[in-house]
Design a protein around this ligand. Structure first.
Ligand code: ATP
Length: 479
């Protein structure tokens, strides 16, 4: 069985081998920190996105969704603070010319210390880092890196530059003629599309505070350290929700959304111990309280979702920069105000990485007579790319025809997969490897009594049930 780092590598290989995730532009040797989702990865991604969307919008009557454009007026990013503040302290190694994010270097060192059993030292390092980051003390951060004896992974030296800030936004030109062109950015977060549409949605939807606007979509960041598979990508997808509230009620709603979002993660069947909250010491330029929900990935506890109490920072600034009044009249208290916002922001790709990390299982099935093993993805049925595999035992005797009938009866209800090639054992293993929760086999007996064998992925238990009950049984697991 794989150790954690081996396990991480095994998951990455599995994702490639079974059509979940490929390196982008692989035939040209790939593009760093950019990935493509294959046939099963894109189904999984869609199912997770839909599950989030449903739980946010359909299950919360006061939340609606939108789909804003990736390109936005450049002033948006002045108002949001991203032009001036969306940067991270970086440091370069002079020998390898490799650039690192300062917090990532120090966090990696702390992980190393923890693995060596020096937990107190690791905690002290992180506490000092938090303090220095909060004070924007770049000299102090450089000294901390030197004192912690951190070396560049490539050159192996400690020959560091000064710590400097680098903006993470990608820019491009709008317009074809260079004199007419203006610089615009690829959005680094989806949230601003919600803020600039606040009045549109509030007025046309006749929304009353408290209410939320949800959105899923691509975001782009020129990440410097980008070596952790889909954990840190340059193009990724966020699922965000901005909840607009009365000023003064932010603490109550912040606590509410912390709990609500944790419940959502637990609803994926992941044990409680795999999650923890991490409160931010250095608050972003827009926040009066913020925390992360961290999940224990095979690469350690890392941020999965951010929950931020953003005050009225964004709406106030958009009001100032656009010179359009962005206010809400609260009839209950007979007052006009700029609403406060509590935001929940989770990475779709990181959620996929969590689901895959949790699901990936290597099982030893050896008996005294025979060595055997399998790799199975124990993905919750509601998220699995394929729900049901329909497998005629042999390619003759009218079995494919019966199987086709079952396919036709089920495929408009959930994703099914038909296969008649290879032995049934091999077909089961292939379905295990992509996480299909149910397989049914059509055999000679089916012709006699109309029953099929249903095989459960996790237990491998097989039961005989009437073919007419298959659709209902599978559907029960998908809510
Ligand atoms: P980190 O500290 O890991 O860079 P962040 O605090 O900058 O993350 P936020 O701005 O709060 O992240 O974004 C919200 C969510 O978007 C994160 O919790 C994460 O799940 C996801 N996310 C952010 N950056 C990336 C990335 N480069 N690749 C994949 N997902 C990301």
């Amino acid at each position: 069985m794989a150790t954690d780092n081996n396990r991480f590598q095994a998951i990455i290989s599995h994702c490639k081998e079974y059509g979940f995730i490929f390196q982008s532009s692989e035939i040209y040797d790939g593009l760093s920190a950019v990935y493509d989702y294959g046939q099963w990865g894109s189904e999984l991604k869609k199912n997770i996105r839909d599950y989030w969307w449903k739980s946010m919008t359909q299950m919360h009557e006061n939340i609606v969704g939108i789909d804003a454009a990736i390109f936005m007026h450049p002033t948006t990013w002045k108002a949001s603070g991203h032009v001036d503040n969306f940067s991270d302290p970086m440091i370069d190694n002079k020998d390898s010319k490799k650039r690192y994010r300062v917090d990532h270097l120090l966090e990696a060192k702390a992980d190393e210390l923890e693995k060596e059993g020096k937990k107190a030292e690791a905690d002290a390092l992180l506490a000092t880092m938090d303090k220095l980051l909060a004070a924007n003390d770049y000299e102090g951060l450089k000294k901390l890196i030197e004192d912690a004896n951190i070396k560049c992974a490539i050159s192996g030296t400690k020959n560091w530059t000064e710590v400097r800030q680098f903006n993470l936004m990608f820019s491009t030109q709008l317009g074809s003629v260079s004199e007419e062109a203006s610089e615009i950015y690829l959005r680094p977060e989806t949230a601003q599309g919600i803020f600039v549409n606040f009045l549109n949605v509030q007025k046309t939807g006749r929304m009353k505070i408290p209410f939320g606007i949800a959105q899923t979509g691509k975001a782009f960041r020129n990440e410097i350290v980008a070596r952790q598979f889909i954990f840190r990508m340059r193009e990724f997808e966020q699922m965000e929700m901005q909840f607009f509230i009365r000023p003064g009620s932010q603490k109550e709603w912040y606590d509410y959304w912390k709990e609500e979002r944790m419940k959502w993660h637990l609803s994926l069947g992941i044990p409680k111990e795999k999650f923890r909250f991490h409160d931010h010491v250095k608050l972003a330029h827009y926040a009066d309280a913020a925390c992360d929900i961290e999940y224990e990935f095979p690469i350690g506890f890392k941020e999965l979702e951010g929950i931020h109490s953003r005050t009225d920072f964004d709406l106030r600034n958009h009001q100032e920069y656009s010179k359009k009044k962005i206010q809400y009249f609260d009839a209950e208290i007979n007052q006009n105000y700029i609403p406060y916002v509590v935001e929940t922001s989770v990475g779709l790709d990181r959620t996929i990485m969590m689901v895959l990390s949790e699901a990936y299982t290597e099982e030893d099935l050896s008996t005294p007579e025979k060595q055997d093993s399998r790799v199975v993805l124990k993905i919750p049925p509601k998220l699995a790319p394929i729900k049901l595999a329909v497998l005629p035992l042999v390619k003759k005797d009218g079995l494919p025809e019966i199987a086709r009938e079952i396919m036709d009866n089920c495929k408009s209800h959930f994703r099914c997969f038909y296969e008649e090639k290879d032995t049934i054992g091999k077909r089961y293993r292939r379905m295990d490897a992509i996480g299909t929760p149910f397989c049914i086999t059509i055999d000679k007996q089916t012709k006699e009594d109309g029953t099929v064998t249903i095989r459960h992925r996790d237990s491998m238990q097989q039961d005989r049930i009437p073919a007419s009950q298959v659709r209902e049984l599978v559907s029960k697991y998908l809510v």
